[in-house]
Design a protein around this ligand. Structure first.
Ligand code: 5GP
Ligand code: MG
Length: 177
């Protein structure tokens, strides 16, 4: 596997997209009623760090949840969820922050676990959406970019824990391509 020569999504596009999403989210939550961002580890951390610094919503709380469903570039179909102990969202307005929506299995598992915790409201923000790959329908209120069916890395997204620190988003291609 090797990185595409040029980024699929460059720095300036990411920055502009993050600002747009922050405006959309603020328009919904700016009434002083507060918001809990539930950031999905590890892939969404860099996106969430940029997003929350643009987000004019108060009071803002940040929590984390860990989900794992991929081995290399293949979805294994089963989702392992690790809920951190201080994730209490009962009665709170919750926005899940995801890196990428693919089959929808991971996000569905996360949303249903959070729904069980009885939040006042529950919405989803994803940086990337691979619409054509969806197996389970998921309603993402805030979407950064819809992308074709590529395996992408960078800006938090990994391939076997590598490439997360790249500042832009690249396609990982088979070496023979
Ligand atoms: P789903 O459960 O929707 O199939 O998969 C969602 C998870 O799979 C994402 O949170 C992410 O961890 C991983 N994933 C799906 N597509 C990609 C991709 O193109 N690149 C990377 N790095 N991870 C992906
Ligand atoms: Mg992920």
């Amino acid at each position: 596997m090797r990185l595409s020569e040029r980024p699929l999504i460059a720095r300036a596009e990411i920055d502009e997209c993050v600002r747009r999403l922050a405006r959309e989210i603020a328009a919904r939550y700016q009434d002083g009623g507060g918001l809990v961002l539930v950031v999905v580890l590890k892939g969404a951390t860099i996106f969430a760090a940029d997003l929350m610094r643009c987000l004019d919503v108060h009071p803002l709380r940040v929590e984390y949840i860990r989900a794992k469903s991929y081995d290399g570039t293949d979805s294994v179909g089963e989702v392992e969820l690790i809920v951190l102990p201080d994730l209490s969202v009962a009665g709170q307005r919750v926005l899940v922050v995801e890196d990428i929506l693919d089959t929808g299995r991971t996000t569905t598992a996360i949303l249903s676990a959070l729904e069980d915790a009885k939040p006042a409201s529950l919405e989803l923000c994803t940086l990337l959406d691979k619409v054509s790959r969806r197996v389970i329908p998921v309603n993402a209120k805030y979407v950064g970019f819809s992308i074709d069916d590529h395996f992408v890395v960078g800006y938090g997204l990994d391939y076997r824990e590598e490439y997360r620190s790249l500042p832009e988003i690249y396609v990982l291609e088979p070496s023979s391509a």
